[in-house]
Design a binder for this molecule. Sequence first.
Ligand code: FPP
Length: 234
Amino acid sequence: MNIPSHVSIIMDGNGRWARERGLERTAGHAHGVDSVRACTEAAARAGVKYLSLYAFSEENWNRPKEEVDTLMSLMVKAMENEVETLKKNHVHFKVVGNRARLSGLLNSMIDSLDEATVRDARMTLVVMLSYSGRWDVLQAAKRLAEEARRNPSLDLESIDTESFSSYLATDGIPDPDLIIRTSGEQRISNFFLWQGAYSELLFVDKLWPDFGQEDFAAALEAYAKRDRRYGKVK
Ligand code: FPP
């Protein structure tokens, strides 16, 4: 079977999952962590090289403070709890996003978990935190402009899509082959705008806390049947 090298997931529907059960939205997020664990395991087992998860967007900072705080502490707790499992399964943990907005504690935990899991890794789990596609393209453009200002001999004609990509926060990570969104919504919501140019999109109705290993396996099967042409004729 043709296994995608990079699978990305827009984990949506935690709030609805909780509401359906008469629970607080934050209970949905807590159950969402179980799906994160299940999909990480399933991806590693299938031979996926990169699994990226849209865990918190730049826009999510506008949610009620209590919900933001719960999401951040879930992240801290998951990092504390999963270090050994990540190491045992050879999964490198990495965070991509606007790190300047994260707390000092979270940033230092991210750095130490990244360092603790980088050796002998077979898969990279990329948690997209305080990330949005427009933020990323904009920060890349600003960094490039800064470089042009510092180095007036920089040949603007030499900048191509590949060199521009190296200014993105996802530098070093291949573009996603497959982007899955749960909960029945069919939109990109400011996620991978540049990197997703040729990604296969898969929208599934299940809410994120209900999305398990069999659903991940089914997504890989659906991907294997797709015919990718990148704008060319086959
Ligand atoms: C979307 O559901 C989900 C999120 C904004 C957060 C996803 C975060 C986690 C699953 C927790 C931790 C992650 C890691 C990597 C440990 P929603 O709240 O938008 O749901 P709704 O659309 O039903 O309201």
